[in-house]
Design a binder for this molecule. Sequence first.
Ligand code: FAD
Ligand code: NAP
Length: 340
Amino acid sequence: MTSLAVKEHVSLKSFNTLAIEAHCRYFIAITDSSQLPDAVNFAKEKQLDTLILGGGSNIVLAGDFPGVVIHIDTTGITADQQGDSVLLEVAAGENWHQLVLWSLSQEYFGLENLALIPGTVGAAPIQNIGAYGVELESMVEAVTGWHCELKAVQTLTREQCQFGYRDSIFKHSLKDKFVITSVTLRLQLTPAVKLDYKALADFLAGKELLAPAPSQVAEAVIAIRQSRLPDPESIPNVGSFFKNPMVSPEKFESLQSQFPDIAHYIQADGRIKLAAAWLVEQAGWKGRVEGRVGVHQQQSIVLVNHNKGTGKEILGLAGLIQQSVAARYGVELEIEPRVY
Ligand code: FAD
Ligand code: NAP
């Protein structure tokens, strides 16, 4: 086992894509998962909370973190071909988008719609990352990690992960108890592209790509995202700040009678998914600037840090948006990133 390197009073500005200036009391980078038990014990002995950190693209630092940041920086991929599929066991610290590109270069298919999502592989199961009609769960075979209370390595099957819409067991009963060390994905050796997301289908049709290869789907997703989403490197953000709310058919009917154009998607379970972006835009927030933070010009659910804003300022703006959407539509917007 490699010994732990514990740093003190580390700035987290370059470790969160909102570029919020906040410090942690202790910072430990994990380069080998065998270091995890000692890192978790270190925090326990000091009686401090831990923050498991990947790429920092789905967290909001409301202030300094007085505990121990455990930064997952492990690498490694193993591939095991089985018939028409391949099982990839990927270390939690690997970069998600690089994995997507690498898998396509190996002709392993399935991840193409999830191109250009920032962050690490280990964080991907936490909110069951999804985009352009595909969610991670459809490819997950297992998730392995360190159970901090049982003090043991555990492997969960896809069913045990209890995946839902931007949701999993890691946000509920295993919250702050389970450090993901690797994710095992089953990808396909025969392409089967998924093009039912309208924005993606329209883009490909515009390029006259009616039967695109998976790499062309990934290129299309990358191009659409680059044209619509702010790059955190130039405009700090954490992607969608609010989840799309799900409402009952009754609630939807009453909303639609008042707002006939309301954007909505009927779910398999009968509930209706509303587009948070539509609600926020119609409530007049798109492009608004509030001091040093604001709402992106093109994406109304992306809150941006214009100029050294704090986490409190971002959360203050989020609160104003939540209040205004609740007052107008009677719908509660839930914050998607984890607030610390
Ligand atoms: P972090 O921000 O570091 O952590 C997020 C949470 O996961 C924290 O609670 C953290 O403690 C926990 N965590 C991280 N790693 C581990 C681990 N190994 N074990 C246990 N817990 C862990 N999300 C989507 O779903 N779809 C999108 O299309 C999408 N697009 C985005 C676009 C932009 C521009 C941005 C900035 C974000 C976007 N996101 C999207 C959100 C984000 O990229 C994903 O949620 C991503 O999986 C977060 O990875 P991360 O490594 O940065 O996680
Ligand atoms: P968009 O295409 O403008 O669509 C707006 C919303 O409508 C999306 O949130 C999407 O829900 C929903 N939607 C569109 N077509 C749908 C369909 N056929 N069936 C069900 N729902 C549909 O969205 P966008 O903001 O440009 O984002 C494109 C994709 O990237 C979306 O899938 C989005 O989730 C993902 N993305 C996520 C984040 C994040 O941080 N979570 C950030 C950027 C982009 P879904 O969100 O459920 O897909």
